[in-house]
Design a protein around this ligand. Structure first.
Ligand SMILES: [Zn+2]
Length: 68
């Protein structure tokens, strides 16, 4: 079976760079994933805005990598 290509992403929980073959993974591990979900559930709009900006920046970085 053919393997998916590796992707480099930025963890939405701890902002570290991580590598994954899943195009859907947004976190370096399940700890970051559950912690971020809990935070999101009680985050203020200002905090959510910061998360959104970080998310858009990560997307932009991915695009730049793809354009190489
Ligand atoms: Zn993480």
């Amino acid at each position: 079976m053919k393997q998916r290509p590796l992707r480099r992403s930025t963890c939405e929980g701890c902002s570290r760079t991580f590598y994954s073959r899943s195009p859907l993974s947004r976190f370096c591990n399940s700890t970051c994933q559950s912690r971020t979900w809990k935070q999101n559930n009680k985050a203020t709009q200002a905090e959510l805005e910061q998360l959104f900006i970080a998310q858009e920046q990560a997307k932009q970085q991915e695009q730049e990598l793809l354009n190489d």
